[in-house]
Design a protein around this ligand. Sequence first.
Ligand code: ADP
Length: 626
Amino acid sequence: MAKKEFKSESKRLLDLMINSIYTNKDIFLRELVSNASDALDKLYYRSLTDKKVKIVRDDLEINISFNKDNRTLTISDNGCGMTREELETNLGTIAKSGSLAFKENMTKDEKIDIIGQFGVGFYSAFMVSDKITVTSLSIDSDDAYCFESEGADGYTIKKTSKSDVGTEIVLSIKEDCEEFEYSKYLEEYEIKNLIKKYSDYISFPIKMECTHHELKDEKKQEYEDIKEIETLNSMIPIWKKSKNDVKDEEYDNFYMDKFNDYDKPLKVISSSVEGMCSYKSLLFIPTHAPYDFYTQDYEKGLALYSNGVMIMEKCADLLPDYFSFVKGVVDSEDLSLNISRELLQESNNLKLIAKNIESKIRKELEKMLKDDRESYMSFFKTFGVQLKYGVYNNYGVDKDKLKDLVMFYSSKHERLITLAEYVSEMKDNQESIYYASGASVEKINALPQVEQVKDKEFDILYLTDYVDEFCITALQDYESKKFINVSDGSLDLETDDEKKETEKVNKDNSDLLKAMCDKIGEVKEVRFSKKLKSHPVCLTTKGDVSIEMQKVFDAMPNEMGIKAETILEINEKHPIASKLKDLYKNSREDFDKYTEILYSEARMIAGLPIENPTEISRLICEVISK
Ligand code: ADP
């Protein structure tokens, strides 16, 4: 029978596995056991919803056996099994949901990173075996099939016979070599240890025939080998154990196994709630974003169990979108087992649990922010965008829950701070929270409008993320302090006298300013101001849409035509101001040219495109060569 090729991406991943760049080979066993356990869960769940499938839960189990002579290790389960098609798609392909972009010259660490992100899964068995045989009979099929592969050059699938529904995986363990002693996976002691370490919580028994030396004759000191089937795992789900009885390492291992992460979680949140609706939950905040987190493929949700039995792998209703990065398990006795998914969504108990979980996560994050800033900063760097998005999503309904969790870069501290921290340090004469937005801290620092605010020693929040300004706009104020964009035309930091002076200059030159405004066409107003210290011009805005927001709107696929209303401000103390006045009187033609050049400068500083760069550079050259 012709060998089938693995899909090319799977093949490359397999190559890496076979050549064992993933250093912790031990994990192959937990991956296979965890797949077996999932298959048992699936079959049991099926029996609850499909009367034709009759299962006694106590009969479901995982079996391990080994044979030193043949160098085989066998893991079998009486779970749902796989059809021919399933063997093909599940084992012949990896990374179903995304494309594995292996680049030629990636470092070893980068490769490990990628493998980790996709979950090592079934393929990890190739780290320790040079042949894998999977024999499976699916609950949905009359025939059993056998998948066999010796590694990257392909696999075969053929019909076979198997009496019971389920899957049996036989690994031919590699020969020992200088670097690694593979034979350890054929030792009873080692297998027991690995199961205890990684798979203790699995809720089905993992059984193996074990050998005990028993004293047969005390006088002669004769021992006898007694063989006995043992259950290697305690079967107590980790979330049902008391926090004090679980080591951090066990939580970490559980998380990495269950949620396919190669890294420990940043935070483990375990809780046990008694009341109207009792439940236990074990939640994790990942250290880094899952590889598909910012894609449409990402599905949020927590695994939902009813008294130790899984009812749903990803229950989305348990998590608000702004906490979609949270992974974990919820187990409640107060949810009925054979409840349909639609009914479940309507269940008041589920809603109650979701509400509690939301507030638990929030409190834990607030605590982390207070007690462990370093971890919080790392968390915020990874998932902060999600929280900021939560602030403005749904017209800001959740903003009060999240406003103390968001952070922004402070010009004064040159690092991220919270809004509470900003407000607590506001100066006596400061009424508002100032912010400026731009593509980067450096670019904002260079904004003419920033200079004046900094000069007055007010702290400015620098918004560099595209969601930031939407977040601030949704918040509107914090502790009754309004947010003001330093590029907003209404920003006024002038004294009453200064204001009067500016008003007068603008009034005296109203014709000139109107002429400029008419020439430019697309600005709402042109005015002299004291806002600018050393720069000649800047662009400010009127109303709700700032220049940075307009850029975000412009970048959206379906252009909504939302435009900022702009004002060209001219530094009244800059020599250009008297130059303009002079030209307005004596040379209208030059006045018009200057107007165009100055407006283009202001657009450039604001990071906006210039419609006619050739014409503008021609004008500049003409003016400077005079
Ligand atoms: P993952 O478990 O992360 O989906 P794997 O590569 O470990 O990735 O497994 C791929 C798929 O193969 C599983 O999702 C499951 O559908 C199927 N599978 C693996 N082992 C078994 C098993 N023992 N019984 C039934 N299905 C299995």
